[in-house]
Design a protein around this ligand. Structure first.
Ligand code: ZN
Length: 135
C-alpha cells in the first residue's frame, strides 16, 4: 500500500549552497547529510511538515544525477512514495505493467529500502518507492 509522499528529490550542482537556500526558504534545518556510494550521490534532507526535501549532488560523472544535470537544469528530479511493503509493491506494480528500474529493493539514504520505476511507464515522472528499514 502506498502511504504518502515521503520526499521530493531535487538535483543540485552544489549541495552546500542548496542547503542554505532551502533552509532559508523552509525555515528549517537540514537534519541529515549522507553519501550513497552505490548511487554516486551526496544527499541532504530537510523536513517539510510530514514530508521531506531530498537534495542530491553527484559525487562522480557516472552518477544518475550527473547525467540528469547534463540534460536538465537543477531542480525537481523525483517523487518518493512511502510504502508499507516494498517487496509486495514491486511485485504488484510489475504485474500491473510498470517498468521497474530496480526489480529488487536496494539500500538507500536515510535508513530506507528503495526502488525506482522507469519514467516511461509513469507519465514521465521518475518515481521512487521507499520503506523504512526495520530496526
Ligand atoms: Zn529519493
Amino acid at each position: 500500500m502506498v502511504k504518502r509522499i515521503e520526499h521530493l528529490g531535487i538535483a543540485v550542482e552544489n549541495i552546500e549552497e542548496s542547503i542554505a537556500v532551502y533552509e532559508s526558504l523552509l525555515g528549517a534545518t537540514c537534519y541529515k547529510e549522507e553519501i550513497v556510494e552505490s548511487e554516486g550521490v551526496r544527499t541532504a534532507f530537510i523536513m517539510v511538515g510530514e514530508s521531506k526535501i531530498e537534495l542530491l549532488e553527484a559525487t562522480n560523472e557516472e552518477s544518475a544525477i550527473a547525467k540528469f544535470l547534463t540534460k536538465n537544469r537543477e531542480g525537481f528530479h523525483h517523487v518518493a512514495f512511502e510504502v508499507d511493503d516494498i517487496d509486495a509493491e514491486l511485485t504488484r506494480l510489475n504485474k500491473e505493467g510498470f517498468k521497474l528500474i530496480h526489480e529488487i529493493a536496494k539500500s538507500g539514504a536515510d535508513n530506507k529500502r528503495i526502488a525506482f520505476l522507469h519514467p516511461k511507464s509513469t507519465q514521465g515522472m521518475l518515481v521512487e518507492l521507499c520503506q523504512e528499514k526495520s530496526v
